[in-house]
Write a new protein. Structure first.
Length: 522
């Protein structure tokens, strides 16, 4: 640590940041998890409490957690019978039984249903205002005293949901008879709403700043803390969740009604996130067009690019064991990475370079069905000796050194670490032009349209056969990363952001209303 930073650490009180993640750190690998780990490791002058939303309860830690992480609050959205198992795990059985006894039909109809009706109206209208955040805050307060399951399973709640069901499409067109939701559609939609709002079921730890990694359910603790304590709320977007929700709708095995309902819920959560965030820090300028279109205040947006450790990711010779022309990829094998297009590109590249080899390093556990599809496509195209799903690598820096170039075939990205790491290792990149990829690649490789295996394969061949161009792009790419994308630059930007937002609360006197300026909603 430099003398200046050491002095800063002595002069500034330690801050506590509630870092809210969804399906990522510390229970999964990937770019967002890498970003979280860097932040928690390098900001050693900050105490972090992790508020982690996962799909299912059975998880294991994928990282060696730094000392700055004081506590982990784990909230699985699915797979539990009662939030008492996690959200209220600190409560005794007596508290749980007391909440259940209080939760009568009369209480539900007098107290919860009016809030529920207002939430459904906001969902229908896409009203992500601070007032709608106040409705969620009131629901959260309600669940401090009343039972989660007994409320959501009440016949009154079901009847209210059915009566307020979205019978019109996004253009306010009345749905045709065959488009009307079935009972199972409404059941699934209500179940999704209940589970994606599960952060309303438990306590939100006190912190100086709440920092969410996605404009979705993980933003709810920030919205609640904003209303309850006036806590500053930071939102960092890597990919844009609403965009990815729209892209996945066609592949989902959900009904038309449930897909549309989830899309509207995603829009509502995004709008709520943007309206409550004191600072929106996307990792790419690309994200801003979606954020502003969904109501974000441009004056609150500050792009903070990802950074990497350029001393770890540095150019070194290709190992002799990789004698063939080799293309490497660092990617989890799941649909957003579109490995199927990469497989198709390998078939195209093999037409010109029979000895070409593609090696993908990344988890094959995220989506077993998709992995099976990829393996079937490899076999169908006869690429068993050309395309390898190699699983996790023990040293991510060595992934890029094994190749002559790297490839990224995603259909959605923020600022992928894989591109920065490859450039830092002196390996140019062939990548799809999605998200913030063009902002960081800057010509030190080749951009192609997504879902176009022929263009991707031809671009791979063009770089592999041109040794002089490939080497020069690798050298220039390394210089570009050294100039703009080092870890210290990213970490310092977040340190300044935390300090700016937390300073008014830290300076407020105990008992001064300014110490907890609650948001009042009429």
């Amino acid at each position: 640590m430099s003398r200046e930073l050491a002095a800063l650490g002595r002069q500034t009180p330690r801050r506590t940041v509630l870092l809210c993640t969804e399906g990522t750190y510390p229970y999964a690998s990937g770019g967002v998890s890498r970003w979280c780990d860097v932040l928690c490791t390098e900001l050693s002058d900050v105490d972090y409490v992790l508020y982690v939303l996962t799909g299912l309860p059975e998880v294991s830690v994928h990282y060696e957690l730094p000392a700055s992480i004081r506590e982990i609050v784990h909230v699985p959205l699915w797979g539990t019978q009662d939030p008492f198992e996690y959200a209220f795990a600190h409560d005794g059985l007596r508290d749980v039984l007391r909440r259940r006894r209080r939760t009568t039909r009369g209480i539900i109809e007098r107290t919860f249903l009016p809030l529920f009706a207002r939430l459904l109206g906001a969902l229908r209208d896409g009203d992500g205002s601070v007032k709608t955040g106040g409705v969620l805050h009131a629901m959260w307060r309600y669940f401090h005293r009343h039972d989660w399951n007994r409320t959501w399973r009440s016949p009154s709640v079901w009847e209210s949901f059915v009566a307020n069901a979205l019978h019109r499409d996004v253009n306010d067109r009345e749905l045709l008879p065959h488009e009307q939701p079935r009972a199972e559609d409404l059941t699934m939609s209500l179940r999704c709403l209940r589970n994606l709002l599960l952060p309303l079921a438990g306590a939100v730890p006190r912190a100086d700043v709440v920092h969410s990694t996605v404009a979705g359910s993980a933003s709810l603790p920030g919205i609640l803390a904003k209303h309850e304590h006036g806590t500053p709320f930071v939102l960092t977007e890597h990919g844009v969740l609403v965009r990815e929700r729209y892209m996945s709708m066609a592949a989902d095995e959900l009904s038309h009604h449930t897909s549309r309902f989830l899309a509207r819920l995603s829009v509502l959560l995004a709008r709520l996130s943007y309206s409550h965030a004191d600072a929106i820090a996307p990792v790419a300028e690309f994200n801003q067009r979606w954020e502003i279109a969904l109501g974000a205040d441009p004056d609150r947006i500050e792009t903070i690019y990802n950074g990497i450790d350029t001393a770890v990711y540095r150019p070194r010779p290709k190992p002799s064991s990789r004698s063939r022309p080799t293309v490497v990829a660092a990617a989890r094998v799941f649909p957003l990475k579109d490995i199927e297009t990469m497989i198709g590109a390998a078939a195209v590249a093999r037409e010109a370079l029979p000895e070409v080899q593609f090696v993908v390093y990344g988890s094959v556990e995220a989506d077993p069905c998709y992995v099976a599809r990829c393996r079937a496509l490899i076999a169908k195209l006869g690429l068993e000796n050309t395309f390898e799903l190699a699983g996790m690598h023990s040293n991510s820096a060595e992934i890029y050194l094994e190749g002559d170039i790297s490839v990224l075939s995603s259909i959605s990205e923020g600022v992928p670490y894989a591109v920065l790491e490859s450039l830092s290792c002196g390996r140019p990149v062939v990548a799809t032009d999605v998200g913030g990829v063009s902002e960081i690649l800057q010509g030190y490789g080749t951009l192609v349209p997504p879902r176009d295996p022929r263009r991707l394969g031809e671009a791979v061949v063009a770089l592999l056969v041109d040794d002089a161009r490939r080497m020069e792009l690798g050298r220039q790419g390394r210089e570009w990363v050294l100039k703009r994308f080092q870890t210290e630059q990213t970490v310092d930007a977040y340190r300044r952001l935390y300090g700016r937002l937390a300073a008014p609360l830290l300076e407020a006197r105990p008992g001064d209303p300014a110490a907890a300026p609650a948001v009042v909603v009429a």
